[in-house]
Design a protein around this ligand. Structure first.
Ligand code: KG4
Ligand code: ZN
Length: 359
């Protein structure tokens, strides 16, 4: 079965065609980074207008890459939450139109859950193996930082989340403070390689640093606003040489990465998960990937890292997870109205996945 997936939750216009949940026939992404760079972040209305322009072009490209026509598509999947509402609306409207034209099922997908699936797109056998579960997923993107436990029989629950900024926001806002450009993640990743991560002792949010015990209610939660403020004061009114800048950047990144790794390892131990997966745009980070791999190996955990092309926003993860929804009958007829939502469609702590979503 071929599913055409559409993703417009933020600043990437993406269309992909995935066969049987795992075979990626096309994965097209048009980035709007240059459009938003001057603002230091994504402007929702500008993003929506650019999605509108790019959508038919990217969709045609995906069909051409997959060497198929619209008649070959069995279902259309689209991100409908969470994300920027004006941006989501463009993808959802286009998806409704395509599904109506094809008279095929329309599958609404959560962007957050699709990110987790992105780690397993290349790993069909792992998903079918009982021994993989429970899985602890760390979702680290510009919009989210969360730990999710996925059980063998399908349901999953969010066990921790950020109380303020997402890790990607910490990268982007940190880069903005330092005048490094947007998006900050890849720039900081690159500069940090030349600096000394021990040069500055930036705070490790909610890890119980300084010998104080962790607050039990925040054991699996994150907070990145403190490290961002600490960075602001560390560089305020100072002119940094290139070496000093690299040291500040490396130390700032170390504070973010240390927290992500230590909290993920602590949660894996606490929930007894043999598998840890990491996904979302920040999961591209080279230091985070290396440190997480080292920590997982030390504890004999299986680590599933989403490949970089499926970490940042893409539609292959949307089309892929939709295959599993179709099996559950979680589809809409093409004419049915479904809305979009800026928020994750479930309260924290309760089960946000449809049963057997990952299997
Ligand atoms: O998943 P994504 O493409 O969009 C959201 O759903 O938010 O993630 C984008 C985020 C941005 O904050 C960006 O700075 C960050 O991912 N990012 C990185 C790296 N590449 C992208 N952060 C750290 N290191 C990277 N190499
Ligand atoms: Zn994303």
């Amino acid at each position: 079965m071929k599913i055409l997936g559409i993703e417009t939750s933020c600043d990437e216009t993406a269309v992909a065609i995935v066969q049987d949940g795992h075979e990626v026939l096309a994965n097209c992404v048009a980035s709007q980074i240059e459009l938003h760079a001057g603002y230091g972040g994504v402007v929702p209305e500008l993003a929506a207008r650019e999605h509108l322009r790019a959508m038919p072009v990217v969709a045609d490209q995906a069909l051409a890459d997959a060497n198929c026509s619209l008649e070959d598509i069995d279902a259309v999947a689209v991100t409908c939450s969470p994300g920027l509402v004006p941006a989501l609306l463009v993808g959802v409207s286009y998806a409704k139109g395509l599904a109506a034209a094809r008279n095929c099922p329309l599958v609404p997908v959560s962007h957050f859950l699709a990110h987790i699936y992105g780690a397993f797109l290349d790993q069909p056998t792992l998903l079918q193996d009982e021994r993989t579960f429970p899985v602890l997923a760390l979702v680290v993107s510009g919009g989210h930082t969360a730990l999710v436990v996925i059980e063998a029989d399908g349901p999953a629950r969010i066990v921790g989340t950020t109380l303020d900024d997402a890790a990607g926001e910490a990268y982007d806002k940190g880069a903005k403070i330092l005048g490094l450009g947007y998006p900050g993640g890849p720039i900081i990743d690159c500069i940090a390689k030349t600096g000394n991560p021990a040069a500055h002792a930036f705070p490790r949010g909610l890890t119980g640093g300084g010998g104080r015990p962790r607050k039990p209610e925040h054991r699996h939660n994150f907070s990145f606003s403190g490290v961002k403020t600490a960075l602001l004061y560390a560089v305020k009114d100072r002119h940094l040489t290139n070496t000093e800048l690299a040291d500040v950047v490396a130390s700032y990144q170390a504070a973010i990465v240390d927290v992500l790794v230590s909290k993920t390892m602590d949660a894996a131990e606490h929930f007894g998960t043999p598998t840890v997966c990491m996904c979302g745009g920040v999961a591209c980070n080279s230091q985070l990937r290396a440190d997480m791999a080292r920590a997982a190996e030390k504890r004999n955990l299986r680590l599933v890292l989403a490949p970089p092309k499926f970490c940042t926003d893409n539609a292959a993860m949307v089309a892929g997870i939709a295959q599993h929804y179709l099996g559950e009958g979680a589809t809409h007829p093409p004419d049915l109205a479904f809305g979009v939502s800026a928020r994750l469609d479930s309260n924290l702590g309760i089960v946000p996945f449809a049963p057997s979503i990952l299997r």
